[in-house]
Design a protein around this ligand. Structure first.
Ligand code: HEM
Length: 301
C-alpha cells in the first residue's frame, strides 16, 4: 500500500508497535510533552475546557428523551453567540480605530458563525410536534426572546428597540450589559462614521446622535455608499466593508428564516412561550433591515 495515509481510499494500518506511540518520537518538536513555563502542571483536556462544568449544565426537567436535544441546541447557540459578540465588539472597536483589515477578518468569521447556526436548525428540525409538546409544559414562560446575548447582537448590528431592554429588568446585571449595547454605536453607525472620516459626505446626524434610537435610512447615506460602489478602485477597503456588511446581513436573514420555518414545523401557529403570537411575530422580524442603504444602492448602480 502506498500514498498518503490520510488520503481518501487509503487503508488504515495498525501501528507496528503500539508502545512506540506512548512516548514522543525522537524528532517531535520541543513542547509537545513538556508544558510551557507558567502552564498549570498536569492540566488535561478536561481541565482546560472546563468540561466538568460544561457537561453537567444539561438538566432536563421532563422525563422526555428529546429534551436533551432541545437544551443542547439552545446551549450551543448561546456559545456561538458568545463568540459572535466577542468578534462583533472587537470588529466595531477596530472600525472606530480605522483598523480595517482586522475588522474584516472578524466580520468574515461572524458571517461563518452565523452560517453554522443556520445549518444547526437541521438538527432541531428532527424534533416533531409531539416530541416538543412533551417538553413544552416544562419550559413555562422561558423563551429565546429573553436571550440577552441575542439582544446584544441585534443591538450591535443596529436593530435598536428600547422595549427589548426592559425584558431584562428583573436581572440588574444583565440589564446593565444589554443597556450598554443599546446605547452604543452599532456596526453600521461606526461604518458611516468611518465613511465621513474618509471625506465622503455623510449627514452629521449620522455621526453623532442618540445611539439608542433606531437608525433611519436616508438618500444622503445611499449617495455616500454609491460614491464608494461607483469607484471601487478608489475606495477599495470601504467597498470591501460594504460587501462584508452584505454577507453578514445575508447570513442573519437566513438564520431568522430558518428559525421561523423550524418553529412553524414544530408548533404551527400556537403562541410562543414568551407570549408573542409565535410565527406571526417571527415573520414580522423577517422584515428587519439592518444596513438599508447597502441593499438599496444596488438598484441605482
Ligand atoms: C422548537 C424550538 C423552538 C421554538 C418552538 C421557538 C419558538 C420561538 C417563538 C414562538 C419565539 C417568539 C417569542 C415567543 O413568543 O416565545 C421565539 C423567539 C426567539 N427564539 Fe426561538 N424557538 C425555538 C428554538 C430556538 C433556538 C434553538 C434558538 C437559539 C438560541 C432560539 C432563539 C430565539 C430568539 C433569539 C428569539 C427572539 C427573536 C427576536 O426577538 O427577534 N429559538 N422562538
Amino acid at each position: 500500500m502506498s500514498g498518503c495515509p490520510f488520503g481518501h481510499g487509503a487503508e488504515p494500518s495498525p501501528p507496528a508497535d503500539p508502545a512506540a506511540h506512548a512516548e514522543p518520537a525522537a524528532g517531535d518538536p520541543p513542547g509537545v510533552m513538556e508544558p510551557l513555563p507558567g502552564a498549570p502542571p498536569g492540566m488535561t483536556y478536561t481541565d482546560y475546557l472546563q468540561l466538568d462544568a460544561l457537561l453537567t449544565a444539561q438538566a432536563p426537567l421532563s422525563p422526555d428523551h428529546n429534551e436533551m436535544l432541545f437544551i443542547i441546541q439552545h446551549q450551543t447557540s448561546e456559545l456561538w453567540m458568545k463568540l459572535m459578540l466577542h468578534e462583533l465588539t472587537a470588529a466595531i472597536d477596530n472600525l472606530r480605530r480605522d483598523r480595517l483589515p482586522p475588522a474584516f477578518k472578524m466580520l468574515a468569521r461572524i458571517s461563518k458563525i452565523m452560517e453554522q447556526m443556520v445549518h444547526a436548525w437541521d438538527v432541531l428540525a428532527t424534533m416533531t410536534p409531539p416530541e416538543y409538546s412533551a417538553v413544552r409544559p416544562h419550559l413555562a414562560q422561558s423563551s429565546g426572546f429573553q436571550s440577552w446575548q441575542y439582544r446584544c447582537i441585534e443591538f450591535a448590528m443596529g436593530n435598536k428597540n428600547a422595549g427589548m431592554v426592559r425584558v431584562h429588568a428583573h436581572r440588574p446585571d444583565l440589564l446593565a450589559i444589554v443597556s450598554d449595547a443599546h446605547r452604543s454605536p452599532s456596526l453600521y453607525d461606526e461604518s458611516l462614521r468611518l465613511l465621513a472620516r474618509r471625506g465622503i459626505a455623510v449627514p452629521a446626524a449620522c455621526c453623532e446622535r442618540d445611539w439608542r434610537e433606531p437608525y433611519r435610512a436616508s438618500p444622503e447615506v445611499e449617495a455616500a455608499w454609491l460614491e464608494v460602489y461607483r469607484d471601487p478602485e478608489a475606495h477599495w477597503d470601504l467597498y470591501q466593508l460594504g460587501e462584508e456588511l452584505a454577507d453578514l446581513e445575508d447570513a442573519f436573514r437566513l438564520w431568522r428564516f430558518r428559525h421561523l420555518t423550524t418553529v412553524e414545523r414544530v408548533i404551527g401557529f400556537k403562541r410562543g412561550t414568551g407570549g408573542t403570537a409565535g410565527v406571526g411575530y417571527l415573520r414580522r422580524m423577517l422584515d428587519t433591515v439592518l444596513f438599508p442603504e447597502i441593499w438599496s444602492l444596488r438598484t441605482r448602480l
